[in-house]
Structure formats: C-alpha cells, structure tokens
Ligand binder design. Structure first.
Ligand code: ADP
Ligand code: MG
Length: 729
C-alpha cells in the first residue's frame, strides 16, 4: 500500500453522496416483516396437527421432555415452510468453544431416479446431525481418530431462515456434543444451567407459598458495543483485517475528550446501516430496541429487549453475524474487538440478567419498598453469595487476550469482581446484615428545576455507577465486564449455575427449619429467612462495593482489606475455569463435569496463545516490511537533503535515526521471544511467556513505530492513521 491508496480512499469518502437505507423504509411496516423468517410458535400452531403442537409447546415453554415421534411431523412442516420462503438448504447451527458460530449446509433436494429430485427433510435430519467434529476445538475431549460429534436440535430456540445474496438457508439451532455425550459447545451447558436454576428457583418460590410458580427462566438482554470503520481504509490495515485491532497507530490530535460523540446525532451512512440491521433483525424475530453513538469516535451500541437466556444468546450470536455481514453494504467494516484502538475507549457487552416466571414475575424486582420485600431480599442474597463464592470463576468467564486490553484500564470495569447495589439497596442490605430484617427504604426526592415549564419529577434515590463490573440496575443485574466479541453463553452459564447453587443452599436451609412447610409455618419461616439473610450478608457483604471501581484506593482496599481476588490478566484467571470450587458447583448442578471444564480451560488458554502468536507475528511483519522501510527511506532522503542543500539543518534527522535503530532492535528482540514462545509445548507455559515476554516486546516495537509516525513525511507513511480511521465517515 502506498500513500496514494490512502489519499484515494480519503478522497472517495469525502465525496460520498448522502447514503440512505437500501429498502423502502417509508412504506414498509415493521408489523409486516417482524418474525417473517422465523418458524415461530404461531406458525407451528397454524401448520401442525393439534396434538403435536401441544407437545411441542410444552417442551418449549415448560422445559418438558420431547418425544422423538413428533420430530418427523415437525420436520415435514418446517420443510414446507422453508421451501415456500425460498430456502434450498438447511443447516444445523452450533456454537463451538471458540465462541464463534458454525454451520454446515445440506441440500433439501435428493435425486430420485435419473432426472428428478425430491425435496426431503426427515425428522432425523432435524433432530440430529453429524458435522466433522475434529475441526472444532475440544480441549482434549476427543482425539482426531475419534472425531464423531453430533449436533442436536434445541427445540427451545426457534428455527429461522437466513437470507443471503446467494440464496436462503433454513437454520436449526442445535447443541454440539461428542460421541461420548460430552458438551463441545456453549449451548449445552447453558441449557443445563437453565434447567438447574428453574428447578431450584421453583423450589424456593414454593417455600414462599407460591404453589404453581411455573417455569422459571433466566433472562438476558445484552448490550453490544462496536466500531464502524470505512472499508477502504480498513483494507489498508493488515492488523485490522487480520487481528480485528490496530497493532500500530499514534494517538490522534483529537481524541474523545470533546465528549460530543455520545448521544450525538448519528451520521446518515451509519444510520442507514443501523436501520438495515434492525430490519434484518426484526425479520429474524430479534427484538432490537436501542441504538446510539458510544463514547469513542466511530463507536456505536445496540441493545435488544430481553428474552429467555438461551434465545437471547442465539439472537446475540445472530446479531454479531448481521453486524459483520451488513456493514460492507454501506462501505463499513464492523469491529467487535474489545480494544481496536489503543488510548481510545474499548467495547464491551453488558449482559443484563434476571430470573422470572409468568406466575412470579421478575424475581429481582424490588418494588417501591425493598425493605418489605422478603422474596426479593432472599433471591438477591443468593446472587450476592454466589458472586462472592465464585468471583474468580466470573472473572474467568470474561478472560481473553482481547479483553485484557480493557479490563482494569480506566474506562472499563476493574478485573476485581464486586457487586454494586446502589444507595437504596445498599442501605437495606446493611440492615439485613445486622439483624436479618430491614425496617426502612430510602426514598428519592422530588426534583424541582426552578423553571415553571419543566415538569417536576421524582429523582432516583441513588445515582448510576458505571465503574462496577456487576451492578444492580433497577430490576436486574448487569454484568459489565463481558467483552464485546464474547458469546454471552459462558457468562450466563456461570451465573445461572452459581446462583442455582446458592438458591439450593437457601432452600435446603428453609426446608429443614420449617420441616418442609415453608411460609405456611410463618414463625419458623420468618426466623429461618432472617437468620439466612444475616449470615449470608455478614459473611459475603464484603463483595458489595458502591464506590468508584476505577480508583487506586479501591484496588488497595479490595485486595488487602477485603481479600477479594484481583486476577489482573487472563492468564491469572484461566485456572479458575476448572478450579475445585468450580468443578464442585458445576457437578452439584449437573451442568459440566470436571473433564468438560478442563477441556474448556484448555481451549481458552489455547485461544489466548493463538491470538498472541498471530498478533506478534503480524507486528513483526508490518514492522519489518512496512514501517522500518518507510523510516529508513525517509532517513536517507533527509540526510541526502541535509548534505546537498547548503545550510539546511534538520533537527528531526537525529531523532529519526535514533528511533529507526530502536525499532530495528525491538523487532530483533520480538523475533527472539517469539521463538521461545512457539518452542514451548506446554500451553500454560506458553501463555505465561506470551503475557510476560511476547506482548511487552510487541509493545516496544509499537512504541518506536508510533513515535516514527509522528516524524516521517505523511506521504511516505504506509498505514492509514488513527485520525483517518476514526474520524472519516
Ligand atoms: P440501562 O439500565 O442500561 O439504561 P435498559 O433498561 O435500557 O438499561 O436495559 C438495558 C438492557 O437490559 C436491555 O437490553 C433490556 O432488555 C435488558 N433488561 C431489562 N430488563 C431485564 C430483565 N428482567 N432481564 C434481563 N435483561 C433485562
Ligand atoms: Mg446498560
């Protein structure tokens, strides 16, 4: 690439005509397209025999067992619908341990005789598939000679049609397991964790006197942050298109200090993109609701209305696919990396989480008098206990090479896991920690603004807090440490499992104290819950923190005074995935076995190493073949000029020579540590070398290169700058 390519791209962007959405948004009604590509409950009801539909619905809504016999009937009707919608192929969709989405397509059409084909799709093809399991990481669960893996239909997540420029495919959400029945994916444990929390929450609700709680679902509404970068510039940055983040780039003159991006008006080209994302999402039944700019230039966010955790997780994966797929249509590339640009705000994925059922409503709704809401107090105490006991595990569920650039930096939650409750609840739970009961809740005051035409309004009792990794936000918890490129399944699985376990602990204690009577024995019940609340909150109250999570003092206090874990890097955290406390709780709740957990740790570490390996190799390549040559040529040009133009002094020459030498030496050093890293055959040892040697060596290369970027003639600089990448739209 050359300066000409950069200049051309800039010219093209500058002269772009106004961009509008690619469909007729004025006449199209949302109602007409919403869910059009989903084989929804309504469509099943209209198309399936009554008895089949009843069984299917019970499985979907109440987690009941699904008899195999009905699969053939469902498959036939699903196929008819898909063919009517123009699908030619079907695919089992699954989520391997890499966190990506995988699909294998098969045609509906089979030859019949010599010149005829027949569209066929048997129940077996719906229920079960057999992709080549060996192409996906299993963390040692399967060797390549025993490669069988099965995909199994997840009836609780609706099938849908994915339209593309090259035709349409019926997509069937599936779980992916090995021949031995071990989970090889993210969905299987998520579904198991949802059964666990349903079971334990129903038990506890019954003890509270709710005889028919109904299916208790974990719910999730994930907020997704992302960057949009112009395609023309993106393709001139091998680091962006290979690693998803920039490995080089000097800080732009203008950063995000002006704070005029957040909630500012969205540029037309971006808005057109957002509209199409929403439209495609709506067709797939994804309830996208919110769209806005984010803090950094070129950064945006979208969020759906919450759904059952499992469906939300599938929809989240689909949303990421749509973001990537639709961006190029508008001349953008979508970056989902946690930290595409150093020194600029990174991207997270806030995982909003709660539990509820039709009969119980949202269990984490405190109401206007949380001090009188015993059920809320007990369930929330279960969450607090769970997070306290398994803080290391939660940290590990958000560990990755990408998220390391974000967590702990002064813009994202710290790597220390704590719970934020806000003023009102913190006060209630402090009361509970003392006596087991609470007598009052703080109230918000009326806000008067001194302007007659501005209405009075009721102010919240507490302000918001953006620095907590795990915050209570009104009627749900928000796990904010999750990285923007993550599948939400890992964090959700962990949350469901540890909370189910704490609910079980509480239910056991109440059951014993009331001889199974629960709230029917009012006196014993009150005494039992008060004791539980007091004990849990005095033992685990340490995890509650309502202050500034970014501050130095908090890091000191958390570690030294409170004994909370501070697992700074992913390499520190990975061990928690299969630690004894994790293995025990996952076994008790029937979510994952020791072997399955160990395989997950293995894959996480391996993936970390892959990232470190790729990034450092590319840093070496770009440094050697693009930046060093540019610097050397420019040094030659300058020194030629200085020696041939009489009287010309150039104060930069010396500095450029110095930095060029520094870059050269840093490249040699990086190559050296990379050899050590690649030569290590123990993945854990390699990860440590990666973190302690390779990443710092790559950073040293970057430091010299970025300093050169500020000195070398712009028309000789080979890479689009941060300025161009972030501000041209
Ligand atoms: P914020 O508090 O971040 O301003 P919102 O009320 O807009 O947010 O909600 C943010 C996300 O939380 C949305 O995706 C929303 O659907 C989700 N959310 C709301 N209620 C629940 C719930 N009970 N369970 C899970 N997610 C929820
Ligand atoms: Mg939020």
């Amino acid at each position: 690439m050359s300066h000409y390519a950069r200049a051309n791209a800039i010219q093209e962007i500058a002269t772009l005509p106004p961009v509008t959405a690619s469909y007729d948004y004025k006449s199209e009604k949302v109602e007409a397209i919403y869910g059009i590509n989903v084989f929804s409950i309504d469509k099943m009801e209209a198309r399936l025999p009554k008895s089949v539909f009843k069984t299917l619905k019970a499985a979907i809504n109440h987690g009941e067992k699904l008899p195999l016999e009905i699969a053939d009937v469902v498959a036939a009707s699903m196929k008819d619908w898909a063919l009517e919608r123009g699908a030619t192929h079907y695919a089992h969709i699954f989520h391997p341990l890499t966190g990506a989405t995988a699909e294998k397509h098969d045609s509906f059409f089979e030859p019949e005789g010599q010149a005829k084909t027949l569209a066929s799709f048997a129940g077996k093809a719906l229920v079960q598939g057999e992709p080549d399991g060996s192409s996906f990481p299993s963390g040692g669960i399967r060797a390549t000679f025993e490669a069988r893996g099965y995909t199994v239909w997840d009836v609780t997540s609706p099938a849908y049609i994915m339209e593309g420029v090259n035709g349409s495919t019926l997509c069937i959400p599936t779980a992916f397991v090995s021949w031995t029945g071990e989970a090889l994916d993210k969905k299987t444990p998520l579904l198991r964790s949802m059964s666990a929390i349903n079971k334990q929450a129903q038990r506890l609700l019954k003890l509270f006197g709710l005889d028919n709680p109904g299916y208790v679902a974990a719910t999730c509404g994930p907020e997704q942050e992302y960057f949009l970068i112009d395609t023309r510039l993106y393709h001139q940055r091998p680091d962006l298109y290979t690693c998803g983040r920039s490995l080089f780039g000097a800080k732009p003159a203008r950063g995000q200090e002006f704070e005029d991006q957040y909630f500012g008006s969205v540029p037309d080209r971006v808005l057109a993109f957002m509209m199409e994302i929403e439209r495609e999402g709506f067709k797939l039944g994804i309830p996208l609701k919110t769209r806005h700019n984010e803090v950094a230039p070129a950064q945006f966010e979208l969020a759906p209305i919450f759904e059952t955790a499992n469906v939300a997780a599938d929809h989240q994966q689909l949303t990421m696919t749509l973001l990537k797929k639709i961006a190029p249509k508008y001349g953008f590339q979508c970056l989902l990396h946690e930290k595409p640009f150093a020194g600029v705000n990174g991207s997270g994925k806030h995982v909003n989480w709660s539990i509820g059922s039709a009969a119980a409503g949202n269990i984490l709704e405190p109401g206007s008098e949380p001090h009188n809401n015993l059920r809320f107090q007990v369930f929330t105490a279960a969450v607090i206990r769970a997070v306290s006991l398994h803080q290391g595990l939660l940290r590990a569920t958000v560990a990755s090479a990408g998220n390391d650039h974000r967590l702990g930096a002064n813009e994202a939650p710290p790597a220390i896991i704590s719970v934020y409750l806000g003023t009102v609840l913190a006060d209630v739970f402090e009361q509970l920690a003392k006596t087991g009961t609470a007598a009052s809740s703080k109230k918000g005051a009326t806000m008067q603004l001194g302007v007659a035409t501005l209405p009075e309004f009721l102010k919240d009792a507490g302000d918001r807090n953006r620095t907590s990794p795990f915050a209570f936000t009104g009627n749900k918890f928000e796990f904010r440490a999750v990285g923007s490129s993550f599948s939400v399944s890992g964090p959700l699985t962990a949350l469901n499992t540890i909370v189910a376990d704490s609910i079980e602990y509480i239910a056991d204690a109440i059951e014993a104290a009331t001889k199974g009577q629960g709230a029917k024995d009012e006196k014993a019940f009150k005494a039992a819950t008060a004791k539980l609340l007091k004990d849990i909150l005095s033992e685990h109250g340490n995890i509650i923190f309502n202050g500034n999570g970014y501050s130095k003092e908090w890091h000191e206090e958390a570690e030294k005074k409170r004994g909370l874990k501070n697992l700074r890097t992913s390499v520190d955290a990975f061990g928690e995935i299969a630690a004894k406390s994790t293995v025990d709780v996952f076994k008790r709740q029937g979510v994952l076995t020791k072997r399955e957990l160990e395989s997950r740790e293995e894959v996480a570490v391996h993936t970390y190493n892959l990232v470190v390996g790729t990034e450092s190799k590319l840093a070496l390549e770009i440094g050697r073949t693009q930046i060093l040559p540019a610097a050397t040529r420019y040094a030659l040009e300058l020194s030629d000029a200085v020696s041939s133009v009489k009287g010309l002094k150039n104060s930069k020459l010396e500095k450029i020579v110095e930095l060029t030498n520094e870059l050269d030496a840093a490249l040699v050093a990086l190559e050296g540590v990379r050899e050590k890293f690649a030569g290590s055959d123990d993945v854990h040892a390699a990860a440590k070398i990666g973190r302690d040697k390779v990443l710092p060596a790559a950073l040293a290369v970057r430091k010299a290169a970025d300093a050169l970027e500020e000195l070398v003639a712009d028309d000789q600089w080979p890479l689009p700058t941060y300025q161009e990448l972030l501000f041209l739209r």
